[in-house]
Design a protein around this ligand. Structure first.
Ligand SMILES: C[S@@+](CC[C@H](N)C(=O)[O-])C[C@H]1O[C@@H](n2cnc3c(N)ncnc32)[C@H](O)[C@@H]1O
Length: 247
């Protein structure tokens, strides 16, 4: 798994909270007034109107946090330096797939949270039907399958969960992997890809082959013809899911 001390440089150039997704996360957090954000990175999606604490292993990411961001502790999900039941809710946004011991990390979130655990992740089956993955970079299926978090993976450590679909706005301002589904040109931009960990896992051959085909299809109009249906849509389900336990 790539370390964010290596791949996280410049993370906040392309990655920031999208307000529509932030609103869904806020709703999922319910009435919790104290939050621990695990795998907090540069601070995206941290509620500003609640008592929030952050935990993040990478110093490269910690250094990108705003001075006004929640206080951060350097550490790992698998060993949270927080007392049992010390916060109302534990939050993990697009991070669980990076944890070496996911089960232990989730058990730790359950231990520290009195009320609920909220995770943003993706449904691999839906994700694999995304045009970028299916048509241009099928190797992403192989890279993401072992990292994907299935509902069955979380019910052991967390108990019963609610799963909420998070459709991605066409003008999503957080540059995660699915964000540019209606702006295909963006995937040709190395600065955009630098903010998406999957590209650090990809071989140079797979990368160049996918980029060349995408560039050619955009140039010839083949992409636009095949994906006309997307151009009139304002949001799309790419598989992103909020998993909420203990609500
Ligand atoms: C894609 S970033 C997401 C950061 C932030 N949550 C966001 O939404 O922008 C993934 C983060 O998970 C962190 N991470 C990796 N391994 C971890 C672990 N074992 N425990 C906690 N966080 C971890 C990385 O350092 C990185 O900051």
């Amino acid at each position: 798994m790539p370390s964010y001390d290596n791949i996280g440089t410049g993370y906040n150039l392309t990655r920031r909270s999208d307000p529509r997704i932030a609103e869904r996360i806020n709703l999922a957090l319910g009435t919790a007034t104290s939050i621990l954000n695990v795998g907090a990175g540069a601070g995206s999606y941290e509620p500003v109107d609640r008592q929030t604490y952050a935990l993040e292993p990478s110093i490269t990411m910690i250094r990108q946090r705003a001075a006004s961001a929640a206080p951060v502790v350097q550490g790992h999900a698998e060993q949270l330096p927080f007392a049992s039941q010390s916060v109302d809710a534990a939050l993990a946004v697009l991070t669980v797939h990076h944890w070496p011991d996911r089960k232990l990390g989730l058990e730790e979130m359950r231990r520290v949270a009195r009320d609920r655990v909220v995770i943003l992740t993706w449904d691999q089956q839906v994700w694999e039907s995304f045009w970028l993955v299916d048509e241009y970079f099928p190797c992403i299926k192989t890279h993401d399958r072992p990292r994907a978090v299935a509902v069955a993976d979380v019910t052991g450590p967390l108990g019963a969960v609610e799963v909420v679909t998070v459709p991605i706005p066409a003008d999503c301002v957080d540059g995660f992997h699915g964000a540019f589904w209606r702006r295909p040109q963006a995937y040709l931009d190395a600065r955009i890809r630098a903010g998406i960990s999957t590209y650090a896992l990809m071989s140079e051959g797979d990368l160049q082959s996918g980029l060349a085909r995408l560039e050619a299809d955009l140039g010839s109009g083949a992409w636009q013809e095949t994906h006309q249906d997307l151009l009139g849509q304002d949001e799309l389900d790419l598989g992103y899911r909020l998993i909420i336990a203990g609500s």
